[in-house]
Ligand binder design. Structure first.
Ligand SMILES: Cc1cc2nc3c(=O)[nH]c(=O)nc-3n(C[C@H](O)[C@H](O)[C@H](O)COP(=O)(O)OP(=O)(O)OC[C@H]3O[C@@H](n4cnc5c(N)ncnc54)[C@H](O)[C@@H]3O)c2cc1C
Length: 382
C-alpha cells in the first residue's frame, strides 16, 4: 500500500537489472514519506544471463524474465506501463509515450543501451538488434516458423560474450531440431576480446563443433544500395543479428544531462548524475568515472549502492561510493548444457557441470523476484 502521507515522488525509469534489485531492497526497508513509481514499456524484463539459454531451448520465457508488474505490486510501487519519451530536469517532469506527463522529486535511470547501427545505417529489414529483447524474441520465433524445413542462414555480428553465446545458442536450437542451418559469427576484432586465451581456445572448439563459421578481423558495413558487406564480400545471410556496438538512448542526451561521447549519462562514484543531484543513473545507461564494460554484472552490483544512495540523498545523508570489482566470475554458455568459466588469469574450466553451476546461479538470481515480498509499509521503517 502506498503511504497516503507521501511527501516525495521517487520515479524509476526502466526496469533493468539495477532497478529490479534496488526496488526489491527498498521494498524490504521502505523510505518513509516516499512514493515509488516504476515506468517501463514492458511488464516483463529480460535477465540477459539466461537469454542464450532461452534461444537454445533450455528455458521458457517466464524462466528468463522478471515480472516487473508483480514485483511492483509486491513492493508497493506504482507501475506505469509506458516509455519515457522526454526528460525535463528543469521542470522535474517526464513525458510518456501514452501522451501523459509524470512529475518527480527524485529520479533514477536504468534504461540500458541501444544498438549503434551507424556502421550499416538504419532500414535494413534483415538486421535484428538483440535489444530490446522483447522485439528480438518475437522476430526469432517468426524466423523459426518461417524456416520450416528449409536451411536458414544467419549472421551474428559481434563476437563478444553476448554475440558468441547467441551464435552457439541458435546453432544448438537448429541441431536439436535436426534442421540444417548456416550460421556465421563475424567480428571486426578477435573472438571474445578481453577474455583469457584459454577461454577463446575452448570457445573456438565449440564453434567448430556446432558448425558456426567464425570470421575475425572482418567488419560489416553497408553501401549506398542498402547492401551489406563483410569486408569486401557481400553478406548474403537472410537474417543478421546485431550484437555489437551500443550507445545511450536519445532521451538522455536530449534532456541536457551531461553525457559521454556515446550518449551515456555521466555519473559520479555515487551514481548521481553530474548535472543534477536529484537524478541518479545505473547499469549500462550510466557513464561511470572509470569506464566500465557494458555488462549486467555491473548493473547488478550497482543496485545496492543505488538503493542506499537514493535513501541517503532523500534523507539528506552523505552518499557512498560504488567500488567496481576488478575481477569477476564469468560464465559463458556454449550452446548445449555446456559452459566455460573464468575469473581473470588464464585459467578456465568448462563442461556440463559448469553449465549446471551457471544454471544454479542464474535461477537463484531469478528466484529473488519470485519470493513473496513484504507489502510496502505505511509506517516509517527507520
Ligand atoms: C545476448 C546477451 C547476453 C548477455 N549476457 C550477459 C552475461 O551473461 N553477463 C553479463 O554481465 N552481461 C551480459 N550481457 C550484457 C547485459 O545484457 C547488459 O549489460 C545488461 O542488460 C544491462 O542491464 P541494465 O540494468 O543496464 O539495463 P537493461 O537490462 O538493458 O534494461 C533496461 C530497461 O530499460 C527499459 N527502457 C528502455 N528505454 C526506456 C524508456 N525510454 N523508458 C522506460 N524504460 C525504458 C527497457 O525496457 C529495459 O527493461 C548480455 C547481453 C546480450 C545481448
Amino acid at each position: 500500500m502506498i503511504s497516503p502521507s507521501a511527501q516525495y515522488d521517487l520515479v524509476f525509469v526502466g526496469a533493468g537489472h539495477s532497478h529490479a534489485l534496488a526496488l526489491r531492497m527498498l521494498a524490504m526497508k521502505p523510505i518513509p514519506g516516499v512514493r515509488l513509481t516504476m515506468v517501463s514499456p514492458d511488464s516483463l524484463s529480460a535477465y540477459s544471463g539466461m537469454l542464450p539459454g532461452l534461444i537454445a531451448g533450455h528455458y521458457t520465457l517466464d524462466d528468463t524474465h522478471v515480472d516487473v508488474y508483480r514485483l511492483c505490486q509486491a513492493s508497493g510501487c506504482r507501475f506505469v506501463q509506458a516509455s519515457v519519451t522526454q526528460l525535463d530536469p528543469k521542470k522535474r517532469q517526464l513525458q510518456l509515450s501514452d501522451g501523459s506527463q509524470l512529475a518527480y522529486d527524485w529520479l533514477s535511470l536504468d534504461v540500458g543501451a541501444t544498438p549503434d547501427l551507424s556502421p550499416i545505417g538504419n532500414g535494413h529489414a534483415s538486421v535484428v538488434p538483440v535489444k530490446p529483447v522483447a522485439s528480438f524474441y518475437t522476430r526469432w520465433q517468426q524466423l523459426c516458423r518461417d524456416a520450416g524445413g528449409q536451411t536458414p542462414s544467419l549472421a551474428v555480428v559481434g563476437a563478444g560474450a553476448g554475440g558468441t553465446e547467441m551464435a552457439l545458442a541458435m546453432a544448438h536450437h537448429f541441431q536439436n531440431r535436426q534442421q540444417a542451418a548456416e550460421i556465421e559469427l563475424i567480428t571486426g576484432g578477435d573472438l571474445l576480446p578481453g577474455f583469457p586465451a584459454s577461454v577463446r581456445a575452448k570457445m573456438r572448439q565449440r564453434l567448430q563443433a556446432h558448425n558456426v563459421t567464425l570470421h575475425t578481423h572482418s567488419r560489416v558495413h553497408g553501401d549506398a544500395q542498402q547492401q551489406l558487406h563483410r569486408g569486401d564480400q557481400p553478406l548474403t545471410a537472410q537474417w543478421v543479428l546485431w550484437c555489437t556496438g551500443v550507445r545511450g538512448l536519445a532521451i538522455l542526451e536530449d534532456s541536457g544531462l551531461e553525457c559521454d561521447e556515446r550518449g551515456f549519462v555521466r555519473v559520479t562514484e555515487s551514481l548521481q548524475t553530474l548535472s543534477d543531484t536529484r537524478i541518479f543513473a545505473a547499469g549500462d545507461c550510466a557513464a561511470f568515472p572509470i569506464p566500465l564494460p557494458k555488462a549486467g554484472v555491473y548493473a547488478v552490483r550497482q543496485a545496492r549502492t543505488l538503493a542506499d544512495n537514493l535513501r541517503a540523498a532523500i534523507q539528506g545523508q552523505p552518499l557512498a561510493a560504488y567500488r567496481p570489482q576488478s575481477r569477476f566470475l564469468s560464465l559463458l554458455s556454449a550452446g548445449g548444457k555446456d559452459a566455460i568459466a573464468s575469473r581473470g588469469g588464464n585459467l578456465s574450466l568448462a563442461g556440463h557441470w559448469v553449465w549446471r553451476w551457471k544454471d544454479h546461479i542464474d535461477r537463484a538470481f531469478m528466484a529473488k523476484f519470485d519470493r513473496q515480498l513484504p507489502a510496502m509499509s505505511t509506517a516509517p521503517a527507520d
